[in-house]
Write a protein that binds this ligand. Structure first.
Ligand code: C2E
Ligand code: MG
Ligand code: MG
Ligand code: MG
Length: 287
């Protein structure tokens, strides 16, 4: 089926090897012009409430399609942006695009939230606070509708600095989500040290819920952890109905994944939101 087709297993070790071979000068030049010509776009993946079945938010995912090389995965070009010192530039562009998109959605205060990804290492000085503040004022966006998903929290060595930066940003009303929760790049100490409002269970656990008792135990206990800590919990990478039902029974708040919707263009998301007005749950789709 559709979800299976799009699922491409990633073999990390060979991927890294291929990466250093294929990220050549020509691709670097292409990345530079894609950045300066603002050709890196976003797709928006809906997030639904398990309680209501309604779309309550969307995650912005960076997309770069090169004329010659085709689609380059965000994991690859974001890593490259970081290596060449262009990560802030990219993040600013993605933030602005995401906030503009979110601003054009929803009616009468029923705006979905927008989640934008950022790497943990970007919170070790005040650049992110400045960027987020500027993007919010440039778009007149309600700060409480913006969630920053922080990846690779394991890379933070000095939590005291990051905590200060988080607090400054949070004062404006922006929310923080800890992405990829449960894997080595995002572990419990960051949850202890930083004032996250939300955790996103890594899709590694979600995708194995139906076949692994351990995966189910891990997911159930991350959900319980979130409840006890008083933070929202999101499951990503939901691909089948059985996992969806399990997550709902476990009390998960928000769900995201190919079963619900793939990352969409802004106009596709608008159509989906319009459809929701006529048929206000995903029950038609989820049977
Ligand atoms: P992430 O933030 O954990 O995003 C979720 C990834 O899972 C996305 O991959 C999404 O397309 C994919 N996904 C969503 N639902 C499903 C599903 O049901 N099954 C499967 N197999 N995959 C699903 P994508 O778009 O390739 O992004 C990969 C990663 O790149 C993101 O992981 C995030 O860490 C990073 N990324 C993407 N956009 C940005 C950005 O603007 N800034 C930063 N710093 N990182 C970004
Ligand atoms: Mg994310
Ligand atoms: Mg993730
Ligand atoms: Mg990820």
């Amino acid at each position: 089926d559709q979800a299976r087709e799009a699922y491409q297993p990633v073999f990390v070790i060979s991927d890294l090897e291929v990466d250093s071979d294929t990220w050549d000068h020509s691709l670097q030049a292409r990345l530079e012009s894609a950045l300066s010509e603002d050709r890196i776009s976003i797709k928006l993946q809906p997030q639904i409430s398990f309680a209501t079945g309604l779309i309550v938010g969307a995650e912005a995912l960076a997309r770069w399609v090169d004329e010659e090389r085709g689609e380059i995965s965000p994991e690859r070009f974001i890593g490259q942006c970081e290596r060449v010192g262009r990560l802030d530039d990219l993040t600013k562009r993605i933030l602005l695009k995401s906030l503009r998109a979110a601003n054009s959605l929803g009616i009468d205060g029923h705006k979905p939230t927008i989640s934008v990804n950022a790497s943990a290492i970007q919170f070790l000085d005040d650049r992110m606070a400045v960027m987020i503040g500027e993007s919010l004022s440039q778009t007149s966006m309600d700060p409480s509708k913006l969630t920053i998903e922080v990846t690779e929290t394991a890379r933070i060595e000095n939590f005291a600095i990051a905590r200060d930066v988080f607090e400054v940003i949070k004062q404006s009303g922006v929310r923080f989500s800890m992405d990829d929760f449960g894997v080595a790049s995002a572990n419990l100490d960051a949850m202890l040290e930083l004032p996250f409002d939300e955790i996103k269970i890594d899709r590694k656990f979600v995708s194995r819920m139906t076949t692994s008792k351990r995966a189910r135990a891990i997911v159930a206990n991350i959900i319980r952890l979130a409840k006890d800590a008083g933070v929202l919990v999101v499951a990503e990478g939901i691909e089948d109905r059985e996992s969806f039902d399990l997550l709902r029974a476990m009390g998960c708040d928000i769900g995201q994944g190919f079963l619900i919707a793939r990352p969409l263009s802004l106009s596709e998301l608008k159509e989906t939101l319009d459809l929701q007005m006529d048929m206000p749950t995903f029950s038609h789709k989820l049977g």
